[in-house]
Design a protein around this ligand. Structure first.
Ligand code: BT5
Length: 321
């Protein structure tokens, strides 16, 4: 109920009378008033003016299910959303729930993580203010057919950040979203599979939203929406926007991105056209990234014209951290 009142106040953006609120939600004006009191005690600043009604002037930076859900009804990702005040890692928590039979489609977000993780055991800084969440997707497709999911998820997140913030977000192949040359988002996909069939996929996404600072060792290569725009982001609405894009992109993604999405992916991929360095049979190779293959692999060409297909692993991109 309280969430509905909050959503109505946000939607109105201006004063809305107690009468209108009570009609809209279908409760008495006294109930509206009690919930307004409750919202204020939670840190929402709500003005009230006689004959005009209530107006929300500021919200605490806290995730809120009603605002995440918005007007969009997902069919694949985000059919249910859970919010935790704190967890070790949303990927780990979702893994525990998947083992207990959790259904496909759940998005689990946390206000902060005590053991946020990146790839290869690396750490993901997860202080209050960021957006940390994972989704669970059950599919029986062969594991080889779902390896492009990180790419598809990165593409969807990139579109959402661009649309929601207006920032020029780009994809650093395969799993980072960057602004300029700094990382704003990382993606970690894990799966449980047999040789020929996948059981489930857990895709974890960390977006630096209202993060103000980072540890010294990574400060120079990270950024956040707050740093870039100077404004606080409504993380609930941002998450809603990300879920919508994920749901749409992944619903059409069965084995690989559609031709149109692939063309748009290439346009947003900051790695293409740059010098990249990677290792092949213990030899360090320098080449130029020239394309993304239909399976999501990075294609690079060296000075002699020899082409390499890079499926995963570490690629250093000149000019990006
Ligand atoms: C990633 O790994 O970029 C994947 C990050 C996935 C995080 C999400 S949050 C929700 C879910 N739950 C989890 O526990 N994880 C997922 P990788 O490409 O290995 O990059 C890790 C590196 O990025 C670190 O070694 C740092 O250099 C840098 N880094 C750490 N925290 C960062 C942050 N908040 N912003 C930008 N860069 C960061």
């Amino acid at each position: 109920m309280k969430d509905k009142i909050l959503a109505a106040l946000k939607e109105s953006g201006d004063y809305i009378s107690g009468e209108k609120l009570s009609e809209k939600i279908g409760v008495s004006r006294t109930t509206v008033w009690n919930h307004i009191k409750q919202l204020r005690s939670e840190g929402y600043i709500i003005d009230s003016v006689t004959n005009k009604g209530y107006r929300l002037t500021s919200s605490p930076d806290r995730l809120n299910c009603a605002l995440i859900n918005g007007n969009y009804t997902p069919s694949l990702i985000g059919t249910r959303v859970g919010i935790l005040p704190e967890t070790d890692s949303t990927n780990e928590e979702l893994k525990r729930r998947a083992a207990l039979g959790e259904k496909s489609g759940l998005v689990l977000a946390a206000e902060k993580q005590t053991g946020g993780k990146g790839r290869l055991g690396r750490k993901w800084e997860s202080d209050q203010g960021g957006l940390y969440f994972s989704f669970l997707l059950r599919t029986e497709l062969p594991p080889a057919d779902v390896t492009g999911i990180t790419l598809a998820a990165g593409y969807a997140v990139c579109l959402a950040i661009r649309e929601y913030t207006g920032l020029d977000a780009r994809i650093k192949w395969p799993n980072d979203i960057i602004i300029g040359s700094r990382k704003i988002c990382g993606i970690l996909t894990e799966m449980s599979a047999q040789t020929d069939s996948t059981e489930y996929i857990i895709c974890g996404i960390g977006i630096n939203a209202n993060n103000r600072d980072f540890p010294e060792e990574i400060r120079g290569k990270c950024t956040s929406i707050l740093t870039e725009t100077g404004e606080m982001t409504d993380r609930s609405r941002l998450l809603g926007c990300v879920i919508e894009k994920l749901d749409k992109v992944l619903s059409s993604f069965i084995v690989s991105l559609s031709v149109e999405d692939m063309a748009s992916f290439r346009e947003l991929c900051a790695t293409l056209g740059r010098k990249v360095t990677f290792t092949r049979a213990k030899t360090v190779i320098e080449a130029t990234a020239v394309d993304i293959g239909s399976d999501g692999e990075l294609i690079a060409r060296d000075q002699s014209g020899k082409e390499y297909s890079i499926n995963s692993g570490e690629v250093t991109v000149q000019g990006i951290y």
